[in-house]
Design a protein around this ligand. Sequence first.
Ligand code: YNC
Ligand code: MG
Length: 388
Amino acid sequence: RHKFWETQPVGQFRDAADTSLPDGPIEPPTPLSEVRADPYPLPAAFEWLTCDLDDDAFLADLYSLLAHNYVEDDENMFRFNYSPAFLRWALKPPSFFRAWHIGVRAKESKKLVAFISGVPARIRARDDVVRMAEINFLCVHKKLRSKRLAPVLIREVTRRVHQENIWQAAYTAGVVLPTPITTCRYWHRSLNPKKLIDVGFSRLGPRMTMSRTVRLYKLPDAPLTPGFRRMELRDVAAVTRLLRAYLARFVVAPDFDEVDVEHWLLPQEDVVDSYLVESPETHEVTDFCSFYTLPSSVLNNANYATLKAAYSYYNVSTKTPLQQLMNDALIVAKQKNYDVFNALDVMENESFLKELKFGPGDGQLHYYLYNYRIRNGIKPSELGLVLL
Ligand code: YNC
Ligand code: MG
């Protein structure tokens, strides 16, 4: 039973067998004049806060709320530790709406106790390019859990998205809700196996010694593909062309233009890294790979406080085989001192995961669309969308 989700325009489990329901929007837009004008009520001790990510004091409060209360693994050994610079990048893309950065604070202490955010995106489902909100960073302080605050946050962000005449959204969650469009798995490639074993992220394989394990995951010191280099501002047009042509192959994918690519893919230290292959002969950009930086706090370990993790983002191969390109991505991540490189089984990632010594993780990541039905769902390999 989902008391809240059963009231929302999302694919309902009970409709799964109904073949008469068409793909596309579940409900039509309502006239803007009918969108509720006032914020939803909060319990009396709390108030809404429209956040200013340019204010370093607010950003520090948001960082700290998430660092202490955001997503943990099933065994509560690790917690995501999004950096302040990452949060600014994730929440301020081109044409972002400040009203979609929504905090809840205690009236008396002014302490930030909950948060939810949306950012605008154009997402294509089959041949329908839809303006959507990408919803992320839903967080309620541990001391306020199970009091039905999350549905209030979700309704409030929905109201503010509707005020911009946007009626669809995309989001991911580790929990099962009505109804995933697809369910993905994370795969992990050890870069620093000794530390990963020490903190309990991975275990020494059967009949493996530490020195054999270190040797197994060893990588060359520098990328192998001639012409492999960091992406620069001058590459935005070429990368946009490569990426648009590639993402057209997937059933659900973002519709990126050059402005989006400059924001989401131009490298920013310890936030997002992008590399490409420029042909040494023709100077044509033929291949592209990228990853974002999301450390995890290591809870309760005497030796280490954080794991430095790289997450595979968008990759396009036209000349360099994808496996060779991703091997170079692993090499630069190792050079930059990441402990682990993670990738979902989306797009064509399955084609390199096993060969490059990624191992399957235990958590699943479910992808959802709000007010948009895709009747039989899609396979992870049909998904061209990576949310942060
Ligand atoms: C979740 N992750 O099922 P029912 S992901 C959505 N996403 O409702 P309460 C969730 N809904 O089942 P708590 C959810 N987790 O009764 C729970 N729910 O219908 C639903 N964790 O609310 C749940 N961050 O306040 C139930 O639960 C109802 O106090 C229960 O709060 C939940 O960012 C939460 O994992 C997640 O901070 C805030 O546990 C809290 O437990 C927490 O009693 C750690 O809520 C951090 C964490 C979630 C990360 C993410 C994506 C969120 C998407 C939200 C949905 C967006 C819909 C589209 C809106 C725009 C539409 C337009 C147009
Ligand atoms: Mg609650």
